[in-house]
Design a protein around this ligand. Structure first.
Ligand code: AMP
Ligand code: MG
Length: 404
């Protein structure tokens, strides 16, 4: 059996980023830049005012205070989006709005709060100005042609804003991987099949939960298929899905050693099985391999096991394929508010709720941890990591939590 780290390392070694493509700006959200982006203008593109106020010659304002303000003649106004043709000469001032071009002749902005209009053409300035104050100089943030975002940058809303600023309407990104999802089991009834369950049947939850995880990871759901516990049906389904261009296959269930578990033998027939057991709980049976170029994850069928193993192995894989360099979730130390039982042997991932109080994170587990109890994932925002050799973690001690 491989440890979690050994398994993840082995999986990620086989993974390379997807091809590159250009997508419209908003569709790049959540993607990773496949090329460096340079700015097509100076930033800011012109010198402008950082405040609403008056452009002045700073020298005119020396010694100004509330009791003896300096009087300047207002020669005009410039608003955002316009240019002024007038020059600010000594003893004059021009009204300038935030973001409006800073007029020639002046060398400082005085904030409107430090002024008072004595009459329509005269402004009182009650605070001396320093040359250069409240002015945003052309190119002070970035010079035209310089790099603004590096290749490999994850695109969040701030990066979308920068891409818009530099006029990048079509963004070069790594393509999102296409993932085919399969649920397996004669007992499963899909939502499309109707409302009633016959004796012995249960609803198929994994197909929908896994598809939502694929989407949440920024990947594409290539297909969602239910297969019966039948060798030929399983083989046909995997073949068709590889032929139609799925880059990753994720199955749930049928991966153990039962008589009706066909995932592993079919994978071995069509491709390669690299390994199929990991020393962890939940989720010991996990088959990893490939069929041709298509990566294959045979996750366990119990709903919690399927979701936890997706988190730990499939999500980092999909992120690497999408060009991300940070693949794993953040881990933080938490104080346990109740004991966490554990039998030494396998690494355990315990569903927990972490809250922050007085500069410290505290964790409680979310009830019964049976791997069929999907309700233990509801309300969980973290997985507590219980080390292999632990005989249980006491209340009040520190533990490692992986934030979901
Ligand atoms: P298996 O690994 O196929 O033996 O499945 C383990 C357990 O998970 C069984 O109790 C299955 O009924 C259940 N299970 C498997 N697939 C699903 C699914 N798609 N939705 C809900 N439960 C499932
Ligand atoms: Mg089954």
């Amino acid at each position: 059996m491989k440890t979690v780290e050994e398994a993840l390392t082995a999986i990620l070694e086989t993974v390379t980023p997807c091809a590159q493509e250009r997508v419209p700006l908003l569709e790049a959200l959540g993607c990773v830049l496949s090329e460096e982006i340079c700015t097509d203008t100076d930033l800011p593109p012109f010198t402008n005012s950082a405040v609403d106020g008056f452009a002045v010659c700073a020298g005119d304002t020396h010694g100004a205070n509330r009791d003896s303000p300096v009087l300047l003649t207002v020669i005009g106004e410039v608003v955002a989006g316009q240019m002024s043709s007038q020059t600010v000469l000594p003893q004059t001032a021009m009204r300038v709005m935030t973001g409006a071009p800073f007029p020639t002749g002046a060398d400082a902005m005085v904030m409107v709060e430090d002024t008072h209009m004595r009459d329509a053409n005269t402004v009182e300035v009650s605070l001396p100005a320093q040359a250069g104050q409240h002015i945003r100089r052309q190119g002070e943030e970035l010079k035209k042609g310089s790099a603004v975002l590096a290749r490999g940058t994850s695109i969040r809303s701030s990066e979308i804003g920068i891409l818009a600023t530099v006029g990048c309407a079509e963004v070069p990104v790594y393509s999102a991987p296409r993932v085919a999802i399969f649920s397996t089991g004669d007992e499963l009834v899909s939502l499309e099949q109707g409302a009633t369950l016959l004796p012995g049947q249960i609803r198929d939850s994994n197909r929908y939960a896994l598809a939502s995880l694929v989407r949440e990871t920024g990947a594409i759901v290539h297909s969602m298929t239910h297969i019966l516990d039948d060798s030929e049906a399983t083989e046909n389904a995997f073949r068709a899905c590889v032929e139609s261009g799925a880059q990753v296959i994720v199955t749930a269930g049928g991966v153990s050693v039962g008589d009706r578990d066909f995932v592993k033998p079919v994978l071995e027939k069509l491709g390669q099985l690299e390994f199929w057991r990991i020393a962890m709980k939940p989720g010991k049976p996990l088959a990893f391999g490939h069929i041709g170029e298509t990566l294959f994850f045979g996750l366990p069928g119990n709903p919690v096991s399927a979701l936890v193993t997706f988190e730990l192995f499939v999500r980092p894989t999909l992120r690497k394929m999408a060009g991300h360099t940070v693949l794993e979730r953040v881990r933080i130390p938490v104080i346990l508010e109740e004991p966490v039982p554990h039998i030494p042997g396998r690494r355990e991932y315990v569903r927990a709720h972490v809250r922050w109080e007085s500069g410290q994170a505290f964790a409680r587990i979310t009830g019964n941890q049976g791997s069929s109890r999907l309700s233990s994932m509801v309300g969980a925002n973290a997985l507590l990591i219980v080390p292999e050799e632990s005989a249980g973690l006491e209340c009040g001690r520190s533990a490692e939590a992986l934030l979901l």
